[in-house]
Design a protein around this ligand. Sequence first.
Ligand code: PMP
Length: 444
Amino acid sequence: LRGPQDAAFDANARLFERAQRSIPGGVNSPVRAYRSVGGAPRFVQRASGPYVYDAEDREYVDLVASWGPALLGHGNPAVVDAVKRAADRGLSFGAPTEGEVELAELVRARVHRDGRSPIERLRLVSTGTEATMTAVRLARGATGRSLVVKFAGHYHGHSDGLLADAGSGLATFALPASAGVPAEIAAQTLVLPYNDEAALRLAFERHPGRIAAVITEAAAANMGVVAPDDGFNRTIVDVAHADGALVIMDEVLTGFRVHAGGWWALDPAGAVDVDLLTFGKVIGGGMPLAALGGRASVMDLLAPLGPVYQAGTLSGNPLAVAAGLATLRAADDGVYARVDAAADRVVAAVGSALSAAGVAHAISRAGNLFSVAFGLERAPRDYDEVRAQESWRHPAFFHAMLEQGVSLPPSVFEAWFLTAAHDDAALARVEEALPAAARAAAAA
Ligand code: PMP
C-alpha cells in the first residue's frame, strides 16, 4: 500500500507494513486502514486536547476524536486522573461497584425532558455492538416476535442481524452486507429507506404482529450525517407502537455528544416515547463502555430478573466507569456550547472554501455533528442520496488536509467530530488548510 504520499516511507508506513504481517489489514477496525483514501494510516502515539501525534511525532488537529468519545478533547486531566485513581483501587472485580450505580443515576438524570426520562433502568456493557445486540434480543424477548426493522445506511455495530446496508465501514468498502451472516438471520431484518414514512407503514402492513422492534439511529451519522426529517422519529414510534412493536433509539454516537441528554433531548420535534435507548462512545469517555436503557417493564426482562440473557466479564469495568463518570460530570452546558460553536466555525469554513473552489457540495448537520457531501445540491435524506455524491473527490481533499496537519475521518461516509478542546489555534489551522484542500477536491 505504498502510495505516492508514502514516498518518504516514514515511521507510519514502516509500522503499517509490519502491522500487516500480524494483524489482518494492519488494523483492528477496518476504516482505520485508509483503504478508501489510500496511503498508510497515521499510527498515533499520543494525543492531547484537539491534537493527535503520529509515529513521526507530527501534530494533527484531530477531527475524528476517537470516532466520537473524546467530547472533552484528548487526555482531559479530570478524566485521566479519575482513571488513574480507579486503577490504584484495582482493575476489574466481577462484582458490582458504587460507580456503576452513580453512572446509571447520572444517565437517568441527564436524559430528561419535560419532566420525564425514557430511562428507568440502565445496564452497562462494553461496546455499542453489545448494547444494540442486547436491545434487539430484549425486544424479541418482550414481544415474542422475530423481525427487526432497520434503516439503510444506519450502523448499529457488527452483530449478525444488523449488518445489512449498514453504512460506516461497509459503505466505505462498498459492501451491501457482511459474508458470514446466515441467510436465515439476515431474513429477520427488514431494511427500509430512511425518512420514508410510506415504506415504514408498508412494512407493518405486510408483517402485522411480526415485527419485534424498529431500531434507528437517533440521528443517522454513519453514512455521513443524515438527520431525521422533522417528526420522523415520532412517526417511527407511532407506527411501531400501533402494531405492538418496540422502538430502539440508538444513541451510541449521538448520546451525550449533540446535547447533554443526546438527540432524544435535542430533537426539535420534541421528546418521543421510545422503549429502549443505546449508548456508547462519550458515555465511556474513551474507555470501553456502552449501555442500554429504557422502560423498566422491558429492561427488567433481563437476567437475573427475567428470561433474556446478557452478561459480561468486563461489563461496568471500574476504570471505564470512572472515565465515563468524569466525562459526563465535566460535560456541562459550557462544553456543549464550545463544541457547537467549534462545529459552526468549521462548517462555515468548509462551505466557503468549497464554494470558492467551485465544488458543489452539501453540508448536513445534526446538532454539532456534520459531514460534507461532494457534488450534491442539498443535504441527503437517505442512503441512496448519500451514495449519489462525488465521493471520489474525498481522497484528494482528505490528503490535502492531512498534509497541512488536519486529520479528517478517512471516509466520506463518516461524521466530523469536534471537541470542547478545539480552541482558536486549532480551529484557525483547520480554516487555513481548507482552501488548498478544496482546490484539490475541485481538481480531483
Ligand atoms: N451504533 C452506532 C450508532 C454507532 O455509531 C456505533 C459505532 N460507530 C455502534 C452502534 C457500535 O459501537 P461499537 O463500535 O462500540 O461496537
